[in-house]
Design a protein around this ligand. Structure first.
Ligand code: ADP
Ligand code: MG
Length: 701
């Protein structure tokens, strides 16, 4: 069936009259064959597994069992009656229960005949039971088309009420496959299919609706996700290519001696494979004639800073300057200290510029920047002030991008005749960042591997009432030589209320951990920058064992000896913030802990957040839960949420497929910008169709 035929209205399908067609249209937006074909199941039930009744002990979900009914009886209950059957297999027996439809069941059910039953197990004391099971005679089952995974479609209540159940929908789709003789016109070129080992479109569609095996289902979904991303990317990249031919960048042709010397003599560890890969990706961008706009994603502690530094060395080796901008003064200072130390051996000049840099120092920096004696400038927003002028800025790095807007990036652009290459580093794989790739604005690199030897952080949730035990734990850790963070929520830096919480907390900590045996640091937003830096430094030096702080320490701070993160009123923090905070520990060789303290009253979302934190350390999984809790509208801004209107692919989960689709789309367009090659004919036909639908153009411009 070709694309044109797929546009046939759904009412022409066998078994779909005008009434059903109307319902499908209103409830699910299905107008055509194409729409029905693209109404993908949202989950599958494994039909290859049969449970034995004596295996059901811990099961509370849907199961499939083979056995027979041995007896049936009506049981009176408070209101009306229920019908109960005893269902047996070789290992034991259970109950089947019906609260409605008794007559039909009594007349149709066969006793002592093998059935396959399917449904959710509930427990009545120690007896498993299944209310309203789906039942099928074993004999009938053997004759049917074998599917190992039963698809489950999203339906509305109204549809089910009017008799369009999951089964009915599945039958309609089967009808469509019969009509098409299982053949649907290919939308990708043979080359793209072979190169990426994709299954054909027909095979993918068949297996997504009627999976022949778990493996084929996986391949089918992969192919369809790829395709979905591919056509979005095709449009975005065409738009981007037009833009790029205009925006030239400085090509950094050389990998020079600073880079090599750093790699061979200074770098204190072996790079992880992910870091190596990302450095190569950046290197390739920088060597080309086009301006780089790249997003570097990596979980907290994955080692983005080194990658940033190595990129800056590429700029310097080609006679350019580089800068790195961080969202807080503390973080900028830390970057400065680490990077300056490593650069000393290389004879590279590094300076720090923040809001609290003295006028005199400022003047020196401005001058050195303009005459080119200063190679690397690290700082806060102070970097983008108009007074700061570079001789030849080649690369600008922005750390922890979520605090910088597009407007600020644009200011960096203006610092030169040609815009500098831009690398944005973030530890927060929020959908927004992935969406950027959907917008075609940034290319993406991912560090998906932590340096070796890190022990996963143990995370627990404790109620305030267990505070004394938590204090004891802290004391034990301090006795082992460790350091502790205690973080208080601060919704607004100036909010007096939060400030009081923090000070009360600080006082109780000082009471509990008295001088001179213990030393406690405090850092919060109301302090002068130099006091903050002083306190921070004491903690970094190990002079204080406990750091009481607000979320100023959220991003980037690196104290490997700190192994315990206590988060007060943890229910008040968002998931990504909790994850960021936790990332402050687990940076050394010791086992690290994160303790989430809360009151007893918790919202249901709050509970999910805490559970998620105790269950996983994976930033991508956390971002996914965050998306579910907060909803795409909240995360993406409402007018952009159309981006998430994907049929099968998932922006968060399928990031790697997105990346693949994007690079293949690039490759195709590079060789054949207008898709006029004969081999790309299938792509062009679909592309034209998609563009005609204008779905994407609406939300990118
Ligand atoms: P983030 O990605 O969160 O910014 P950092 O760049 O601060 O992480 O790195 C975290 C810590 O890991 C730093 O102490 C850094 O020196 C160290 N590190 C980075 N890469 C490696 C590596 N390949 N092997 C060992 N340690 C590394
Ligand atoms: Mg960092």
């Amino acid at each position: 069936m070709n694309q044109q035929e797929l546009l046939t209205p759904i009412t022409y399908l066998k078994g779909v009259g005008p009434t059903k067609a109307d319902l499908l249209e209103k409830e699910l937006g299905i107008h055509t064959f194409h729409d029905l074909l693209n109404h993908f199941p949202f989950r599958y039930i494994d039909k290859t597994k049969y449970y034995k009744i004596n295996e059901l002990k811990q099961v509370n979900s849907e199961v499939q069992i083979l056995g027979q009914i041995t007896s049936l009886r009506m049981i009176p209950q408070k209101r009306g009656k229920r019908l109960e059957a005893v269902f047996e297999d070789a290992t034991g027996n259970m109950k089947l229960v019906w609260f409605r439809g008794h007559k039909w069941i009594r007349e149709n059910i066969k006793v002592n005949t093998p059935y396959i039953i399917f449904g959710k197990i509930t427990w009545m004391g120690s007896t498993p039971s299944m209310p309203h099971p789906e039942m099928e005679l074993l004999e009938t089952h053997k004759k049917e088309l074998k599917v190992s995974m039963q698809p489950v479609y999203s339906l509305t209540e109204k549809l089910t009420k009017k008799g369009v159940s999951n089964r009915v929908l599945n039958k309609m789709i089967l009808e469509l496959f019969k009509l098409a003789k299982n053949g649907f016109t290919e939308t990708l070129s043979q080359e793209v299919i072979e190169q990426n080992k994709l299954v054909s479109r027909s095979k993918a569609l068949l297996n997504v609706h009627f999976p022949q095996s778990a493996d084929l289902l996986h391949k089918a979904r992969h192919r369809l996700k790829f395709e979905e991303f591919f056509f979005i990317q095709l449009q975005l990249i065409r738009k981007n290519l037009i833009k790029k031919t205009k925006i030239k960048g400085y090509p950094f042709k050389e990998l020079g001696h600073h880079f090599h010397q750093f790699y061979n003599e200074v770098l204190p560890f072996e790079l992880t494979n992910a870091q190596k890969r990302v450095v190569k990706e950046i290197r390739k961008d920088l060597a080309s004639n086009a301006q780089m706009n790249r997003l570097l994603q990596g979980d907290v502690g994955s080692g983005k800073t080194i990658v940033g530094l190595m990129s800056m060395l590429m700029a310097i080796d080609n006679g350019f300057q580089a800068c790195m901008m961080a969202p807080t003064e503390i973080l900028a200072t830390q970057h400065y200290e680490g990077i300056a130390e490593m650069c000393e051996k290389l004879g590279i000049q590094v300076k720090l510029l923040t809001g609290s840099t003295k006028t005199k120092e400022r003047r020196i920096i401005h001058e050195a920047l303009e005459n080119g004696n200063l190679h690397i400038l690290i700082g806060t927003h102070a970097l983008i002030e108009p007074k700061v002028n570079f001789k030849n800025l080649g690369l600008a790095i922005i750390d922890e991008q979520h605090r910088f807007g597009v407007a600020q990036r644009a200011k960096l652009w203006k610092k030169n005749k040609l815009p500098p290459h831009i690398l944005v580093m973030t530890a927060t794989p929020i959908p927004r960042t992935l969406a950027m790739s959907v917008y075609g604005d940034l290319d993406i690199s991912v560090i998906d591997e932590l340096p070796p030897g890190r022990k996963p952080i143990k995370t627990v949730h404790r109620y305030d009432s267990h505070r004394l035990r938590v204090f004891k734990f802290i004391r034990d850790e301090i006795n082992k030589g460790r350091q502790i963070y205690m973080v208080y929520p601060l919704i607004e830096e100036s909010a007096n209320f939060d400030y009081k919480d923090l000070m009360d907390g600080y006082e109780s900590v000082v009471r509990e951990f008295p001088k001179p045996k213990y030393q406690v640091s405090i850092v919060h937003g109301n302090m002068k920058a130099q006091d903050k830096a002083y306190e921070m430094q004491r903690f970094v030096n190990g002079e204080t064992q406990i750091m009481v702080a607000t979320t100023v320490i959220e991003v980037g701070v690196n104290v490997p000896n700190a192994s315990v993160m206590i988060i007060e009123s943890a229910e008040k923090f968002g998931l990504s913030q909790l994850h960021q905070l936790r990332g402050r520990v687990g940076r050394g060789a010791e086992q690290s802990y994160c303790i989430l303290l809360t009151g007893h009253k918790l919202s249901s979302d709050g509970k999910v957040r805490l559970e998620t934190m105790t269950q996983t350390n994976d930033g991508f999984k956390i971002a996914e839960v965050d998306l579910k809790l907060r909803g795409p509208g909240d995360l993406m801004g409402t007018q952009q949420s159309g981006v998430l209107n994907l049929k099968i692919a998932d922006l968060i989960q399928d990031g790697s497929i997105l990346k693949l689709a994007r690079s293949i789309a690039y490759q195709v367009l590079k060789l054949d910008p207008d898709l006029t090659n004969k081999a790309n004919f299938p792509i062009r036909i679909t592309y034209e169709q998609v563009v005609k639908d204008k779905q994407i153009w609406n939300y990118i411009s």
